[in-house]
Design a protein around this ligand. Structure first.
Ligand SMILES: [Zn+2]
Length: 193
């Protein structure tokens, strides 16, 4: 049996068409930002990927800094959730590891962050989180949200990060349900569940 590869790097990407569309977007209200990320989530399903999308926006003028979509399956990477993708791409764009150094930024996500993405938020430097579908909505179609405190919103507020949601829930849930109807893959970790 040949030894497995021992990689020294990983490449994570979003589709260039999505990046091209998002880079000229301005969305200066929570509602318009949610409409945008929900549309990206819907588009991601058509690409054979998970039903989740997120973006980082400048809170002062609504400029879109990055678009993230779930890339777990195509990247062979359980960490490639939409929120993590959006955060990493925004940090590359602004060339800083904490967005707070550059201004006031919001993470808008089509669904409530899972345990991992919740954990990533305080390190991202965003000052606000907006979400669409709830944990119950995500779990209703079979995805695992992980071990996250029931007080997660208050925990973020305590760190100076405002939380708005659920927003535009009906549309966000419709994307999840469409994914479930088409028999989309449930890429949960498995262990411990
Ligand atoms: Zn996540």
């Amino acid at each position: 049996m040949t030894a497995p590869e021992f990689p020294d790097q990983i490449q994570l990407t979003i589709h260039p068409d999505l990046a091209a569309k998002a880079r000229h977007l301005t969305a200066d209200t929570p509602e318009t930002r949610m409409q945008a990320v929900t549309a990206w989530a819907d588009w991601n399903v058509t690409q054979g990927e998970g039903p989740f999308a997120a973006g980082i926006f400048d809170l002062t003028d609504g400029t879109c800094i990055s678009a993230g979509v779930n890339r777990v399956v195509s990247s062979t990477c359980s960490l490639a959730h939409a929120e993590v993708m959006a955060i990493m791409l925004a940090q590359q764009s602004l060339k800083c590891f904490s967005l707070a150094e550059k201004g006031r930024y919001v993470l808008t996500t089509s669904a409530e962050p899972c345990a991992m993405c919740f954990g990533a938020i305080p390190w991202s430097g965003v000052c606000q989180v907006e979400y669409g579908a709830t944990r119950a909505d995500v779990e209703a179609i079979g995805f695992d949200e992980g071990p996250k405190s029931k007080t997660w919103e208050a925990d973020l507020v305590e760190r100076g990060i405002q939380v708005l949601g659920p927003l535009g829930r009906t549309k966000a849930v419709a994307v999840l349900q469409a994914y479930a109807r088409k028999g989309g893959l449930l890429y949960n970790g498995g262990a411990g569940t």
